[in-house]
Design a binder for this molecule. Sequence first.
Ligand SMILES: CC(=O)N[C@H]1[C@@H](OP(=O)(O)OP(=O)(O)OC[C@H]2O[C@@H](n3ccc(=O)[nH]c3=O)[C@H](O)[C@@H]2O)O[C@H](CO)[C@@H](O)[C@@H]1O
Length: 398
Amino acid sequence: MQSLNRPRTESKNKRQMDNKPRIIISGGGTGGHIFPAVSIANAIKELCPDAEILFVGAEGRMEMQRVPDAGYNIIGLPVAGFDRKHLWKNFAVLLKLLRSQWKARSIIKKFRPQVAVGVGGYASGPTLKTAGMMGIPTLIQEQNSYAGVTNKLLARKARKICVAYEGMEKFFPAEKIIMTGNPVRQNLLGHSASHEESVGFFGLNPAKKTILILGGSLGARTINQTLTAGLEIIRANPDIQFIWQTGKIYIEQIREAITTATGEPVRHPHVNAIPNLYVTDFIKDMANAYAAADLVISRAGAGSISEFCLLHKPVILVPSPNVAEDHQTKNALALVNKDAAIYVKDAEAREKLLPTALATIADAGKLKSLSENIARLALPDSAAVIAKEVLKLIDNKE
Ligand SMILES: CC(=O)N[C@H]1[C@@H](OP(=O)(O)OP(=O)(O)OC[C@H]2O[C@@H](n3ccc(=O)[nH]c3=O)[C@H](O)[C@@H]2O)O[C@H](CO)[C@@H](O)[C@@H]1O
């Protein structure tokens, strides 16, 4: 009896498995690509709890840690970026690209996704290209106001292109573009802790104004150098407190600079001899960091900007000059031109950043108008809108 039943059960299980939506999400390299990807995955799961989602990232990059932290499986490709300075090194990069396409093909064959989503970053190139070649519909999400090379190439085969800025027809076929905004992690929006609780979370004083300093997911050299040179200014303003995210590669030298400035070693990762300063390499709990902040100083990465808009945060933007096509300046100017952010050029940061920050935080009227203006630029529900577009591709509705 049993042996007669088994084949039927097996084929039923297979059918059930076949009915489940299976989606590959690929990309990463920096938080700016990873966190939108995780938000899209969460939104898909919310709409369709049955969905099976597999991430494809780049070996050794940040997504290999952050994606499992968020509860999803990820497989790494041996992909690397092109070296624009040492062209001879690119032979190895090309080989890695070929190996990545090969691995992407075997991942796709095994997982059998009905759709592949690309969020930018190294891995999305080989994954989406291979998916497209295998006849799987693809959707790409471009976070920035200036399209990256990979997304421009992938756009030819993509069925839909989700963007966050106006004027993206310059880069992509207009009929494929959907204005969705950038997905923001769900826990940032549903956060319920009060300002007081959040300031306390960082061991700071809720009665004082707080400036949050962000260098994007990797940290920002100029901002770090400015703050290091400004440690005396921070000490001279004990009524203002600072939460400073340095990025992983800068943290040790900054701890040493604090030790030199104060004559006291940093004994605990976050406790140093300057009581109005909290220093960390990376903030896991950004919801508390934003709730604590009266003013933000930041690079102009697209994901960060979407968060400032949705959370109505007054911000001073110091765009990185080291990104492709200077896209952070373009991201920043989209806000600055609407009086929704203050702009300090990277080259002028050392001279202007701290004085501008101290003047702004003392000006309640300015903080209020910045907050009101940036709030008008928010595009809410982006992750849910994109998730619906992904599921429509599976249902073959478009
Ligand atoms: C150097 C570089 O290539 N930067 C690019 C990268 O930026 P980057 O990776 O810095 O990305 P974004 O500014 O877009 O987003 C940073 C994300 O990291 C989070 N965060 C940040 C610091 C922290 O301690 N904890 C934390 O969780 C922020 O909340 C945000 O969600 O991708 C962006 C989106 O394509 C681009 O616009 C940037 O130009």
